[in-house]
Each structure stands twice: as C-alpha cells, then as structure tokens.
Design a protein around this ligand. Sequence first.
Ligand code: ADP
Ligand code: MG
Length: 339
Amino acid sequence: MLGFFSNDIAIDLGTANTLIWMKGKGVVLNEPSIVAFDRTTKKIVAIGHEAQAMIGKTHRDIRTIRPLKDGVIADFEIAEGMLRAFIRQISPTWQPARRIVVCVPSGITEVEKRAVRDSAEHAGAKEVHLIAEPMAAAIGIGLDVEAPVGNMIIDIGGGTTEIAVIALSGIVNDESIRIAGDEMTNAIVQYFKKHHNILIGERTAEAIKHQVGSAMPLNEEIQVEVRGRDLVAGIPRMTTVTRAEIRDALAEPILAIVEAVKLSLERTPPELSADILERGIMLTGGGGLLRGLDERIRRETSLPVFVADDPLTAVARGTGKVLENLPLYSQVLIKSRRY
Ligand code: ADP
Ligand code: MG
C-alpha cells in the first residue's frame, strides 16, 4: 500500500444495523447486525442480510442472534466476530484498518467503552476513537455542533432511543431509554397474540410496522392481511388488521418515547430551550421513519420537528465525517481514559 489509499474506517455498530464508512469512499457496508452461528462449534455461519434471512427458520444446530440487541454489546465474543467478518467483507486483502472511529450510545459506562475499544483493537485497529451516537447523528445531518447554539436530536434505533441536546461540541443533556424500534415490533407481536389469537414472526411484525405502522391517525386507513400460526389450533392462519389497530398496538412504546422527550426538554437549560424553539428537533435513526411520529411529537411539544434526510445513515455519515477530518473534530470525541 502506497499510503495513497487509506483503510481507516468509521463504524456505526447499531443494535439493528451496522454501517461502515471507508475513508475517501463513504458508506461501503450497510447490513443488519445479525449473526447466525453453530451452537456447538460457536462458528459463525452467516452475518448480515444472509443471517437475517435465516431468522425464525433455523434448525436446532444453528442459532441467529443480534449481539447488540439491548443497546450495548450483549454478547462480546459474537459481536467481535461479527465486526471482524464485516471488516473482512469490505477489505478481504487489505491490511487491518489503522484508525477506527466507532460510535457508541451516549450513556455507555467506562467498562462498556473499554469493551468496544477492545473489540475494535482485536479487529485490527491501531488507533480507536469513540464518539457518542447523538453527536455523530448531529454531524451527519449537517448541524453546526461547535456553535454556542442548542440542537436537539432524537435518534430512534432498534434497541435504544437517545435524546440529546448538543451545543459547543458537547452533549449538554441526554436521555437514553431502551424503548425503540424493537419494542414497537414486539408490541405488534403481542397485539396479535392478545387480540387475534395468532402468533406472528418478528420479521412479519417488523414488515407490518414499516408498511402500516403510524403514530397518528392518517387519512388513508388501510387494511392488511397477516399470516401466522393459530395459538389454539396450532395451524397456519390468516387474519386482517386495520391501520388503527396497529396504531393501538404501538401506543405504549410511542408514549414512552414522547414522555422521554418531554423530560429531556424539562431538563434543558432555558437559553438552549430558546434555541430549540427556534430551530426545532431533528429525528434520526430508522424509528424516525415511523409515519406520523414527527407530527405526534410536534403536537405534544409544540415545537418544530423534522425527520432528517436518510435518517438510517445519519450516524454513519457523521462518524465518517469525523474520520475524514479527525483534527478538526477532536473536540467532539469521547475523551479516553488510560488504563
Ligand atoms: P440501530 O442504530 O439501533 O441499528 P437503526 O437506526 O438502523 O437502528 O434503525 C432500525 C430500526 O428502525 C428498526 O427497529 C426498524 O424496524 C426501524 N425502521 C426502519 N424503517 C422504518 C419505517 N419505515 N418505519 C418504522 N420503523 C422503521
Ligand atoms: Mg443507530
């Protein structure tokens, strides 16, 4: 390698999706954070999209897991294996990345930071930098995070919703709750069990959420057909549901998110509140795509609310921007503690 190319990378290791940005190239990988592995040998048999296709369809020797499911790394060994496999996928013949910038939830503990750092080092990094997710999201959508102006970001991922107020390159306050996209999907599964006596798979529930889920009544009140297994007869069955029913199913997790946003606003210093009133709240993360969620938050807070362009890649784009110009962004990185 002539130093011409760099294999420095930025990673958004999300609970639902992993995105990798390669220096000078942009996003080169975007795959579900899912691993299929052999229960006895613990060897990884598939990752990403390929592993996702296996969910709910594996036999007894193969198991699929989401190693980051509950916000932070839930299964170190497997998360590390997944990260390594993804890195290999983008650069099969290259040297290990020299520098890696990884984003982490803002509420992460020292021990958890250490674990993420170790994983990146084991994956070959010589230099690891950490950045808080809401900071990365803010940079990714082009906010001027260094200005003495308050910005509020709500990042709704799979496992966590992070609500942060950012000003002067720092996070002024943040709320992190473990209620986000997964809870919404799970609420749909539970709804079908309770009200339709039918068990549906996680992927089916997620597809319903994307296609008909909403946080507000909409003009177009459609119906959809859903297939699952009858809880009593045990045989496959089809049922139909309305959009209004799915809205009921989602009511609880959405309320929890709205409450967390209100709490965060209450904790925001008044000068920054004034900025937010003027500039509004930005929604990022896949959960931000839920229909009517922006409108719902707008009504509950009386503030302007915007869904960022391409919310699913906001964090990766921000982490990438930081990687592209580390000296410029040194202020926004999480200060590392030496051991
Ligand atoms: P993470 O950062 O935790 O990996 P993402 O930001 O990638 O999460 O968002 C993933 C979540 O967004 C999933 O729960 C997914 O179901 C949800 N999601 C994606 N698209 C939509 C949509 N159109 N409507 C509602 N939820 C969505
Ligand atoms: Mg995320």
